[in-house]
Design a protein around this ligand. Structure first.
Ligand SMILES: *Cc1c(COP(=O)(O)O)cnc(C)c1O
Length: 455
């Protein structure tokens, strides 16, 4: 292997033609999803999701073909580049080899279009005319706006108000691609009106915005709902990240010792991890470490409960078995808007429980220090979410230095930070705060969990 080489890119003809479904290989199946009212096992509510996505959600087939229409849009930016972080390694003076898979190069600037395009395609194919969704930092809203543009679908986005105010340019992206975007809680839905009437400047939360989008889809015949993370089919669509990386590394004759990804709902980390988790489950790579990184201000895996909880504030969404801070959790105003969700992907939670994944929480300021070091070595300015993964990759590389070990560290680089300048501005001005999750809140969360008979 040429150690001076910096970029590794698969040929278009070597792109994955099927998504990998981890459910085929889980040693224990996922706990069932429960209906919010009956508390009985359920599917994703059919008025909200088209049949094909529901099928994928519960499928046990190992490989699901990527439709040619989706592959053709993927080719606008995929395969994405795998970088060797030579300059960061040098600055850290570490014997570790750091690689990062770069999802920043999609038109929306993150990994989210990988599932947005697939979801828009299946909705279009089922005759749906309009989609309603929520967005935290605006990454999902813009990714879905782009995807709906390709397929000629209408889109309404409920954007968490604090992000709507902090990130006006994300809204512009959505509008350029033809979507309608409102601040949530909004006066446009019943659940939104309730919070909006109390406080028209309510900062909102992802759970609240989800409730608004769900209500919108449930009350319009031609409309379906789309979720940018958390769900099984979303993580499956994201496996193109890990599949490309694995194939590239095979060609390079290497295999990672440590893989790091930030987790909000778990989709970019899941997309990178799952094809590698397969090797761990099959006992081929017992020592591989996979690390989920979350903020100390919204630490669902490291401080939350592994329990059945609602996916949204209103208690209208199905109940999932996952790590949760309680569905009424209102997170600190972290700049990493994509990491502020109260819950976690059931697949990620399940794999943590089974011991295949580790989790770490890092404070906001430390993540920006690392993102800054990344920008001043590699050049790329990363999303605040991505900075969480960078922090832990750097920590692990420094550990390698102490131990004199040359490990291969792979980082899921989920997106760029070009629309997060207000966050970098706060960092540069020395005004960035750290947030700790108050332990006392866990009791409060516990008391709010849905009661499941027999559980
Ligand atoms: C949305 C987002 C995340 C967090 O979501 P996951 O589903 O956990 O991946 C992380 N990084 C970026 C750049 C995002 O846009």
């Amino acid at each position: 292997m040429d150690e001076s080489k910096t970029k590794y890119i698969l040929d278009e003809k070597d792109m994955p033609t099927a998504w990998y479904n981890i459910q085929a290989d889980l040693p224990e199946p996922l706990p069932p999803l429960l209906h919010p009212v009956t508390k009985e096992p359920t599917i994703l509510p059919p008025p909200l999701f088209v049949e094909e996505l529901n099928k994928q959600e519960f499928s046990k087939e190992r490989w699901i073909d990527i439709p040619e229409e989706v592959q053709s849009i993927y080719r606008q930016w995929r395969p994405t580049t795998l970088f060797r972080a030579h300059r960061l390694e040098k600055a850290l003076d570490t014997p570790a080899k750091i690689y990062y898979k770069f999802e920043d190069s999609s038109p929306a600037g993150s990994h989210k279009p990988n599932t947005a395009v697939a979801q828009a395609y299946y909705n279009k194919k089922a005759g749906v005319k309009r989609i309603a969704t929520e967005t935290g930092a605006g990454q999902w809203g813009s990714a879905l706006a782009m995807a709906c543009m390709y397929f000629g679908l209408e889109l309404k986005v409920y954007m968490v108000r604090i992000s709507y105010q902090q990130k006006p340019y994300r809204r512009n992206l959505m509008e350029i691609w033809g979507a309608k975007c409102v601040a949530s809680p909004s006066p446009d839905t019943k659940i939104g009106q309730k919070f909006y009437a109390e406080n028209p400047n309510h900062p909102g939360s992802l759970g609240m915005a989800i409730s608004e989008a769900v209500e919108d889809a449930a009350t319009h015949d031609d409309t379906r709902y789309a979720l940018g993370s958390v769900l099984n089919h979303v993580l499956m669509h994201q496996t193109v990240i890990g599949l490309e990386t694995k194939k590239l590394m095979e060609k390079m004759g290497i295999y990672p010792d440590i893989i790091v990804g930030c987790v909000g709902g778990g989709s970019n980390a899941g997309g990178m991890f799952l094809p590698f988790v397969k090797d761990k489950i099959q006992g081929k790579k017992k020592n591989l470490r996979l690390i989920c990184v979350e903020p100390t201000g919204s630490p669902s895996i490291t401080k939350g409960l592994l329990a059945y909880d609602y996916g949204d504030v209103a208690g209208m969404a199905p109940i999932a078995f996952m790590h949760t801070l309680g569905h009424n959790f209102i997170p600190a105003p972290l700049h990493a808007g994509g990491l502020r969700y109260h819950g976690m992907s059931p697949i990620i939670s399940h794999l943590v429980k089974l011991g295949y994944l580790e989790a770490k929480a890092v404070p906001q300021l430390a993540t920006f220090e690392s993102g800054f070091q990344f920008a001043r070595t590699e050049g790329y300015i990363s999303a605040p979410e991505t900075n969480h993964a960078i922090r832990v990759a750097i920590d692990e590389a420094l550990k390698c230095k102490q131990e004199g070990k040359s490990k291969t560290i792979l980082l899921a680089h989920s997106g760029h930070g070009h629309f997060d300048m207000s966050a970098y501005d706060a960092y540069l001005a020395g005004k960035l705060e750290d947030f700790e999750y108050p332990e006392a809140k866990i009791k409060e969360a516990l008391s709010q969990l849905p009661q499941i008979p027999g559980k």
